[in-house]
Every structure is written in structure tokens, then in C-alpha cells.
Design a protein around this ligand. Structure first.
Ligand SMILES: Cc1ncc(COP(=O)(O)O)c(C=O)c1O
Length: 391
């Protein structure tokens, strides 16, 4: 894709956010200009058509996770959905217990919310993950106590794309009578999600990670077997069955609904397989052309759109500068190692993948030619054992 000034720009940061699909934009537009009613206005057609559109979207959102429309609470995004799930459960089930189980590799929306609850006196167990990024189910089982009210484990990790064993967690949660929340922001449209088959009680989603608009998301709250309740975090006019007050963002909700419909199609139409093939092409290309590159996280239990690779003996800033026409996300590990997250998506082409392999391999070799560390490594010197001070 070309930028406004005609320069080449490749977007491989689809785990951070995605381009709004033109079909989503088209669905939204009338709700800014002609159908601008308040969905809570009961006395006229403007209100009714807005409400009808919101309810259609609610059905579309519910369908992509196998839920009922009545179980969807619209929020401003997944951060708010995560907050509502954790704080809402902690408050609502305070009498039952004060213990939550989560994972240190969660998104900050979960980590910081759980830490806040910790500061209020709740106990949080942080389950470790193995080198593949996965939790240990026996350890999860052992961590559950009489006081445990909630397990919150993300479906797909935003950095390395690792898929946690959701159905198994759901089974343990059911056995022990504990609620199971999952942040499924990176999972929707990438892997099949079914709240019933997986025993999920609460689930967070976001519009802008699935080619929908920014600023809209939802919390799924199970209504049957068992009926789950969360205490209100946003008081006001009683919208969303009282769970989340505030005039509904009708255009965003319509766009989010359309995005969910398209996300479900991606799974059945072969689109996500196309993305997986491109991801594998990128991986094969990098492996063939760049020695000392290592995949972070499980390759087998991984969302098809994500690749996260560490490049040894290259410094992060220089690498990113060298590929500045390709948008990726980087986590510098130390001076000598850089990890890059490649998030592929619906608009990624084979040509872009090939260009990325070419650019990346070129830059990494050039940087390594300039690197004394690389030279030392080639000579068989273990750089971790070098005494840099010289005494
Ligand atoms: C796993 C995960 N959870 C939550 C969020 C936050 O979502 P939102 O931007 O809709 O608040 C993100 C996005 O950064 C994410 O990747």
C-alpha cells in the first residue's frame, strides 16, 4: 500500500489495530448522517431505527462467539470489558470469595485491573506460563481454593499469538464452581470460539482488532447454566440492561456488528487459511535467509495471523530504522537481541510478505556485518562470558 506522498508502506501490525474494512465503513455511514436517532428514544422512528440497528448488531456480535444476543453488553472497547468483568465479578461475588487467578502474560487491561483489586485486598494468583507461553492445567487446578471466584485467562496472546487451552480451563472452572473469563480480543475471527462448548462465563471483545471501528467492544455475560452477574461499574440511565449506562454509540455498534459478521466468514471462507499460509511463507522465508532467528511462543498452538521472532546480534532501534517502511511492533530484549511481532491480516498480500523477507534479511545481514558481537559469535566466543570491563 502507498502512503499519501506515494511512498511504499506495509502494515504488519494487525495485532495492534486493523484497518477498518470498507464494508464496515459503508454499513456505519448512514448512522452518522440520516439515521442518527438515539436508540433509547422510544417515541419516534429515529429512535426505533437506531434501536433496530443496535439489536441486529448485537445478534451479529453474539453469533461469532456462539452466544445469545441478550448476553452481549456493549462497552467502549475491550479495556472497559475487562474492567467490567474483573471488578464486576469481584464486587458481585465478594461474599463467596476474594481470590482471582490470572496469568502474567495477560494484556495490561487485565493485569492492572487485577493489581488494583489486589490493592483493595483481593488475592490474585499469577499462574506461570511455560516457555511455549502456555499455562499448566494441573497448576491451575491446584491454585483453586474455596475462596476462588474467578479465573481470567486470555484466549490468544497479543504478543506471541499463543492459544490457551480454553475448553480445558472451562471444564476445570465448571467442576470447581468458579467463573471463567477470557479476553478474546485477539481470538475472534482467528480461531473458532464457542462460549458454550468452551464453558466460558464472561468474554471480552474489541471492534478495532477485527477490521471494525476503534472505541467499541463488548462483554459477553452468560445468562444461563449458570446465570452470571456483574456489579455495575458505570452508573446512569440504565442502558444495556443496567450493566453499562451511557447513550449507545450506534454507528460504532453497527460497524462492530458488521465486523463480527465478516470475522465469522473469515473462518469459514478460507480467508484465515490464506493468512496462515502467508504467515508460514514469512516464517519460511526468514528461516531460510536469516540465521540465528528464533520463534517466540508455541508454533503449533498459535493464532494463524501472528509471528514473533527474535533476531540475535542485532540492536532493536537500528533494525526498526532499517525497515521503516514496514509497520511492525518490537520488543527489545537486550542490546544484542530484538524481537519483532508481525501481525498479518485481511489486507496483507503475498507480494508484501516477499518484500518484507527481502528487506529484513538484507538489513539484518548489514547490521551484523557492522556488529562486533556478531563477529565474536562467528569466531566461537560466548559473548555472555566476556568480561567487558577488561579486568
Ligand atoms: C488482548 C487484548 N486485550 C485488551 C486490549 C484492549 O482493547 P481495547 O483497545 O479495545 O481497549 C487489547 C488491545 O490492545 C488486547 O490485545
Amino acid at each position: 500500500m502507498k502512503s499519501e506522498n506515494g511512498e511504499r508502506r506495509i502494515y504488519l501490525d494487525n495485532n495492534a489495530t486493523t484497518r477498518c474494512d470498507p464494508r464496515v465503513v459503508e454499513a456505519m455511514l448512514p448512522f452518522f448522517t440520516e439515521k442518527y436517532g438515539n436508540s433509547a428514544s422510544r417515541n419516534h422512528g429515529f429512535g426505533w431505527e437506531a434501536e433496530e440497528a443496535v439489536e441486529k448488531a448485537r445478534t451479529q456480535v453474539a453469533a461469532v462467539i456462539g452466544a445469545d444476543a441478550k448476553e452481549i453488553v456493549f462497552t467502549s472497547g475491550a479495556t472497559e470489558a475487562d474492567n467490567l468483568a474483573l471488578k464486576g465479578v469481584a464486587e458481585m461475588y465478594r461474599e463467596k470469595g476474594d481470590h482471582i487467578i490470572s496469568v502474567p502474560t495477560e494484556h495490561k487491561a487485565i493485569i492492572d485491573t487485577a493489581k488494583h483489586l489486589e490493592s483493595l485486598g483481593l488475592k490474585v494468583t499469577w499462574l506461570p506460563v511455560d516457555k511455549e507461553g502456555l499455562i499448566d492445567l494441573d497448576e491451575l487446578r491446584r491454585s483453586i481454593t474455596e475462596k476462588t471466584i474467578l479465573i481470567s485467562v486470555m484466549a490468544v496472546n497479543n504478543e506471541v499469538g499463543v492459544i490457551q487451552p480454553l475448553a480445558e480451563i472451562g471444564k476445570i472452572a465448571a467442576e470447581k464452581g468458579v467463573l471463567f473469563h477470557t479476553d478474546a480480543v485477539q481470538a475472534v475471527g482467528k480461531i473458532p470460539i464457542d462460549v458454550n462448548a468452551m464453558g466460558i462465563h464472561l468474554l471480552s471483545m474489541s471492534g478495532h482488532k477485527i477490521y471494525g471501528p476503534k472505541g467499541i467492544g463488548a462483554l459477553y455475560v452468560r445468562r444461563r447454566n449458570p446465570r452470571v452477574r456483574v456489579s455495575i461499574q458505570m452508573h446512569g440511565g440504565g442502558h444495556e440492561r443496567g450493566y453499562r449506562s451511557g447513550t449507545l454509540a450506534v454507528p460504532l455498534i453497527v460497524g462492530f456488528g458488521k465486523a463480527c459478521e465478516l470475522a465469522a466468514e473469515d473462518l469459514s471462507s478460507g480467508e484465515i487459511e490464506r493468512v496462515r499460509k502467508l504467515r508460514d511463507r514469512l516464517l519460511d522465508g526468514i528461516r531460510a535467509r536469516v540465521p540465528e532467528s528464533y520463534v517466540n511462543g508455541s508454533l503449533t498452538r498459535r493464532a494463524p495471523n501472528n509471528l514473533n521472532i527474535s533476531f540475535a546480534y542485532v540492536e532493536g532501534e537500528s533494525l526498526l530504522m532499517g525497515i521503516n517502511d514496514i509497520a511492525v511492533s518490537s520488543g527489545s530484549e537486550d542490546l544484542a537481541h530484538t524481537s519483532i511481532r508481525f501481525g498479518l491480516g485481511r489486507f496483507t498480500t503475498e507480494e508484501e510478505v516477499d518484500y518484507t523477507i527481502e528487506r529484513l534479511s538484507g538489513i539484518v545481514s548489514r547490521l551484523r556485518e557492522l556488529s562486533p558481537l556478531w563477529e565474536m559469535a562467528q569466531e566461537g566466543i560466548d559473548i555472555t562470558k566476556v568480561n567487558w570491563q577488561g579486568h
